[in-house]
Design a protein around this ligand. Structure first.
Ligand code: UDP
Length: 330
């Protein structure tokens, strides 16, 4: 299939581009490089530096490249920023995808794969999180993702759009060859920050909260390898053949891992101490978030290749140690 990967130069998008090619598909990337890195995408992949909300530019790409499926990875994803600047998030994460979807329908491209998030569940009523739990986001970021999920349902009903929305837990790790990986600016995620603390690139890691009702007092999260996430996006293609299909999947390993366990994994893999200090809780962090991915396993035959934290950290370390400055200057 010809697949337009919107946000294909970003962290998860660039890994998905590689997995698409490996599975015999033809990825085409659209990315405005606000957060993406041009060098995260191989020169052989068609690349368009454009905004997803630009209906003229996107319409032309859909036609010229004979696109069958569109994948969307181009959202802003800093929870704290979304609280302080919600308009930025609603415009980029909801309004821009509306233009994209309108352009797709106008050009009869009716298959869509959407990056959603476990943040749509807010503070979940039960753990692990199954697809059927109620969704009540507690910040604008999660709300924008839930808004798009709901828009997709309406478009499936009204116009026969077929879509799959994947709620990611904590995307982590890097390509197995260590050539692409996580490079955010600013970086807020635990694993890259812990690695940088281990190598001395950054000061001691702050552990946000040690008094949570969890076995060691630190938050539990479900770290899932970025290539495992990518493979689910491709496995769903067959299910999108029927017009009007709407699918939702929670993607995680199902294994809760605490902040201290992540630190220990980074120490073991890097062979270096991770200096850390206990710090107050970070606003908006639920004590535990982990997935029940039975639905993806059953319906998509999705099997994770990286079921636990150490092999995930090993891929992140391979990337970070080979590329201490990430992708370097854009
Ligand atoms: N965390 C931490 N120190 C940091 C960054 C993150 O203790 O410098 C904790 C955070 O509170 C959460 C977990 O690590 O419990 C994962 O956070 P991350 O930002 O990586 O992902 P999130 O779960 O927020 O999507």
């Amino acid at each position: 299939m010809n697949v337009l990967v919107v946000g294909g130069a970003g962290y998860i998008g660039s890994h998905c581009v590689r997995q698409l090619a490996a599975a015999g598909h033809r990825p085409v990337v659209l990315d405005n490089l606000v957060f993406g890195h041009r060098s995260a995408v191989a020169p052989s992949v068609p690349f368009y530096d454009a905004n997803l909300g630009d209906e003229t530019a996107v319409g032309k790409i859909l036609v010229d490249e004979k696109i069958d499926v569109v994948m969307h990875f181009a959202a802003y994803a800093y929870v704290g920023e979304s609280v302080n600047d919600p308009l930025k998030y609603y415009f980029n994460n909801v309004v821009a995808p509306l233009h994209l979807l309108k352009t797709m329908l106008a050009n009869k491209v009716t298959k869509f794969v959407f990056s959603s998030t476990c943040a749509t569940f807010g503070i979940p009523e039960k753990m692990p999180i199954v697809e059927t739990l109620s969704q009540s986001p507690i910040n604008p970021y999660g709300q924008t993702k839930l808004d798009v999920e709901n828009i997709l349902k309406s478009l499936a009903h009204a116009h026969g759009l077929s879509f799959a929305a994947f709620r990611y837990f904590n995307a982590a790790g890097a390509s197995e060859d260590g050539t692409i990986g996580e490079d955010h600016n600013p970086e807020t995620h635990l694993i890259p920050l812990a690695i940088d603390a281990a190598t001395g690139k950054r000061p001691a890691l702050q552990v946000f909260g040690s008094d949570y009702p969890t076995p060691d007092g630190t938050c539990l999260r479900d770290y899932v390898h970025v290539d495992d996430l990518s493979r689910a996006h491709i496995a769903v293609f067959d299910k999108l053949a029927k017009p009007g299909t709407g699918l939702f999947y929670n993607l995680g390993t199902g294994t809760p891992t605490s902040v201290l366990e992540v630190i220990r994994a980074v120490e073991k893999i890097t062979g270096k101490k991770v200096p850390y200090v206990m710090a107050p809780r970070r606003a908006g962090d639920p004590p535990a978030l982990y997935a029940d991915s039975t639905k993806a396993k059953t319906e998509l035959s999705w099997q994770v290749k990286f079921p636990s934290i150490e092999p995930i950290v090993a891929t992140a370390w391979k990337w970070h140690s080979a590329n201490p400055n990430g992708f370097g200057k854009k």
